[in-house]
Ligand binder design. Structure first.
Ligand code: TRP
Length: 334
């Protein structure tokens, strides 16, 4: 059976972009068709300045939200990365496989390091080695497919290169994974800046709808979304990106087969469209928020899911990582 691995970084509250762009597909498709592992990748949240209490809270919240969104612990494995030592163990071997030049060429590293320096901060070494840890996340599970947004394509490409190189040097050890990207309509953009992705680490959040936003907050954010200077409602990603984003969000809320260009034809004003987007998003999130509240009231359940998930994950990763340790020439512990 196909093995799938993907991760969510607990650096901010999960957004509508995370849900429509990735999580919904994990819930509706991936957990049924594959042996799927989903991880709250908390070690990755430590690569930039962080607040320990916040990382802890966000990790728990991310796990609860993934469950609330419909990941079923009977069908997939949900766990916290730091609960499984194999990630860090394998990461070191991959640091011995990757090169310094390769790491410095990563787009995300260049961008984030520049941001950090512009703020007068220092760049943690782990920001540079982050893609190696991500490769370890993936390779430790003999993963076939990695469903991620296209901003992660370069990291998955690196993962493939490292797997191939390791296999060539030390004999076949790793499955070489491939990235899979969800359909186009799922790329949700920031409501205030339709040129950039709706990201959880973005500023203040005026253009970002969080999964736990109250309905009136959703309303305010959507009603204030930047549209474009035209007056008619047409679907044109290039010329009218703000409007296109709203149409895509509405289409995604309505479900499979709903086409943003067709939706556009039914509207003669931005206001009507925005009101429908508000309703669509609020209804989409309602059951999720309700289920999340129930899970918050039952922390023992969430802990149990994560404990079982970590045990299952360990059982898969341990032999893979042991195999890699032996392949590179480390003496078995006996
Ligand atoms: N780097 C990913 C992101 O920023 C998160 C991530 C970490 C991940 N490890 C992973 C995604 C492994 C897929 C597979 O979104």
């Amino acid at each position: 059976m196909t093995r799938i691995f993907s991760g969510v970084k607990p650096t901010g509250h999960l957004t509508l972009g995370n849900y429509l762009g990735a999580v919904r597909r994990w819930v509706e498709v991936d957990q049924y068709r594959a042996d799927a592992l989903f991880s709250v990748v908390d070690l990755h949240a430590l690569t930039v300045e962080h607040d320990p209490g916040r990382v802890r809270r966000l990790s728990r919240q991310a796990a609860s939200l993934l469950l609330a969104a419909g990941l079923d612990p009977e069908r997939c494995t949900l766990f916290v990365q730091s609960h499984v030592d194999e990630h860090a163990r394998l990461s070191y071997l991959l640091e011995c496989t990757a090169t310094d030049g390769e790491m410095r060429r990563m787009i995300q590293y260049k961008e984030k390091a520049a941001q950090e320096r512009a703020r007068g901060g220092s760049v943690r070494l782990s920001l540079l080695t982050y893609p190696v840890l991500m490769a370890a996340d993936i390779l430790a599970y003999d993963t076939d497919e990695v469903p991620v947004g296209d901003d992660q394509a370069q990291h998955v490409e690196l993962t493939r290169d490292l797997a191939v190189r390791f296999n060539q040097r030390y004999g076949h050890t790793f499955t070489v994974p491939k990235a899979t990207h969800p359909g186009v309509a799922a790329r949700v953009m920031d409501l205030q800046d339709p040129a950039s992705k709706m990201g959880k680490s973005g500023d203040g959040g005026a253009g970002v709808v969080f999964l736990l936003d109250e309905p009136d907050v959703v309303r305010r954010k959507v009603m204030r979304a930047v549209t474009d200077s035209g007056v008619d409602v047409v679907y044109d990603r290039e010329e009218r990106p703000g409007l296109a984003n709203l149409l895509e969000v509405l289409a995604a809320c309505r479900g499979d087969g709903c086409d943003p260009a067709e939706l556009a034809g039914g509207y003669s004003s931005y206001g009507d469209l925005k009101r429908d987007v508000v309703d669509g998003v609020v209804e989409l999130l309602r059951p999720l928020r309700k289920r999340h509240a129930e899970l918050v009231a039952d922390p023992a359940f969430v802990d149990g899911v994560l404990r079982d998930g970590a045990a299952r994950a360990r059982a898969v990763a341990r032999p893979v990582v042991d195999r890699a340790y032996q392949a590179v020439g480390l003496l078995p512990a006996g």
